[in-house]
Design a protein around this ligand. Structure first.
Ligand code: PLP
Length: 476
């Protein structure tokens, strides 16, 4: 059995590892990542963490931090909105990072613009608030969009446009091509129609076809791709796929810096957006007396105020770190580990034959990422509250995620919460309802699930330990 470079393998992991390597021969090519983990992420094993929340946040390497600190300690950075030497230096660095982002996504600069934002949500909001919705226009959302995409409906609703949702179908939680087409055929070419979907669901790990981009555009739709959960472990080639707007958060890819994301927009699509306001940094000229302003061209017109320029300079270093490892290796590794874990979890049975785990999303390898969402059941088929699972996991120093992960549509369909139930439980007075009130209303049903997600520093021990943890819920 080859445990080289995966020295943290303990008894449980060692038991399965040889078989795993035989079943997933392509994993051998990724063994380099065990060394990367030991050298770049030593704090995980030093502190005994089993980190399984990469869809929540990626992890940074030691060298990213060292390089960035050295850069900050040896540089004088001024506010980029001036033309003095320190400002010019900062501007040059920020522009280098903008170019690095374009290169990372293979996005030709003559076709695309990178707008730096504080995160993916801010990028999505830039589109939502500026998309020229009018009465009768359309917003088409997939059911499994993140809240930060769903929230766009409030902009289109305020202007009289129509929101529709394409359903995902349990148990795989995918969308049928034909059903999608029937929604895309609605409306007419003289309307503004925006179709927004995630390249990878942060709930189920489902990867929706990127072919939908061309299909929707051919029918006259503008396409907003939420790539936040997809890009940490998958290559997104914007020369091959041409969404009008793409949203990402960099901390999800390489952990550091937080507070920086991007909207990568096609230049022609950017012209379609009408910003609802102007701010410092976004104008060429504004006047109080003339009551007029002119927006700056390109990205500048969308970057409100002073950009997060000290952090921005770390984005290039993060990209270089990923490129030095190879995104394809990270992809292969998370694919092998997650598929093995899913298969083994589904094999766990109570003494009476009842399953310990129910999976929400596809069990197959095809078109899915390393995000695995489950619930644990007892031998009578009653769900173990996801909060109880989390409390137990905490004792093992396992970091996982519970709840509905800001993805209410996928949660509702996966957990079998009907429209009527949701309407009944969502009539609390005022605009703020405590979660407990909702949980009590929906009594008897699970209101959330348990999510495990893999990424750059995941190793076999992580998934073997989780399997052992899940096996602890088995009853004779
Ligand atoms: C699919 C997806 N979209 C959007 C977001 C929002 O990202 P952020 O919180 O960085 O703005 C997330 C965050 O988890 C996500 O997974």
């Amino acid at each position: 059995m080859d445990t080289k470079g995966n020295g943290a393998l303990d008894g449980a992991a060692r038991e399965y590892y040889g078989e795993f390597l035989r079943d997933y021969p392509e994993y051998a090519a990724t063994l380099k990542l065990d060394r990367v983990r030991a050298e770049e992420y030593p704090r995980l094993d030093r502190q005994g963490h089993i980190y399984l929340d990469y869809t929540g946040g990626g992890l940074y390497s030691d060298s990213q931090i060292r390089r960035h600190m050295e850069f900050l300690l040896s540089s004088v950075l001024g506010n980029p909105h001036s033309s003095n030497p320190t400002s010019i230096f900062t501007t040059e660095k920020v522009e280098q990072c903008r170019k690095a982002v374009l290169d990372f996504f293979n996005a030709p600069p003559e076709e695309y613009v990178v707008i730096f934002t504080s995160n993916a949500s801010q990028a999505l909001k830039l589109v939502g608030e500026a998309y020229p919705f009018r009465k009768g226009d359309r917003l088409l959302l997939s059911f499994d969009n993140h809240n930060s995409v769903l929230g766009i409906r409030e902009f289109d609703r305020a202007r009289g446009a129509i929101t529709e949702y394409v359903p995902i179908v349990p148990p795989d939680l995918r969308i049928s091509d034909d059903v999608l087409l029937s929604y895309l055929e609605k409306g007419s070419r003289d309307q503004n129609r925006l179709f927004a979907y995630p390249a990878q669901s942060n709930f189920s790990g489902v990867q929706h076809p990127l072919e939908w981009i061309d299909r929707a555009k051919a029918l006259g739709w503008d396409v907003l791709l939420d790539a936040a959960a997809f890009v940490p472990t998958n290559r997104l080639d914007l020369q091959k796929w041409r969404p009008d707007y793409t949203a990402v958060s960099f901390y999800k890819i390489f952990g550091y810096p937080t507070g920086v994301g991007a909207l990568i927009a096609r230049r022609t699509a950017l012209e379609k957006l009408h910003r609802p306001w102007f701010a410092g940094g976004t104008i060429t000229v504004a006047s109080v007396q003339a009551d007029q302003y002119y927006l700056a061209p390109g990205a500048e017109g969308f970057e409100d105020g002073t950009p997060n320029y000290t952090s921005l300079t770390a984005v290039c270093m993060g990209i270089e770190h990923i490129e030095s490892i190879g995104l394809d290796l990270i992809h292969t590794r998370t694919e092998c580990l997650s598929h093995w874990l899913i298969t083994r979890l589904l094999e766990l049975k109570h003494g009476n034959g009842e399953p310990v785990i129910r999976l929400y999303g596809p069990a197959e390898r095809r078109m899915r990422g390393g995000t695995v969402t489950i619930n644990v059941y007892d031998r009578k088929g009653t769900v173990v509250d996801h909060q109880v699972v989390e409390q137990e996991a905490n004792k093992w120093k396992i970091s996982l995620r519970t709840g509905c992960f800001c993805n209410p549509g996928a949660g509702e369909l996966a957990l079998g919460l009907s429209r009527d139930e949701m309407i009944r439980c969502m009539n609390f007075p005022g605009s703020r309802m405590p979660l407990e009130v909702f949980r009590q209303c929906i009594d008897g049903k699970s209101t959330g699930a348990v999510r495990i997600s893999l990424g750059i520093a995941s190793n076999f021990t992580d998934v073997a330990q989780f399997l052992r943890f899940a096996g602890g819920f088995r009853q004779d």
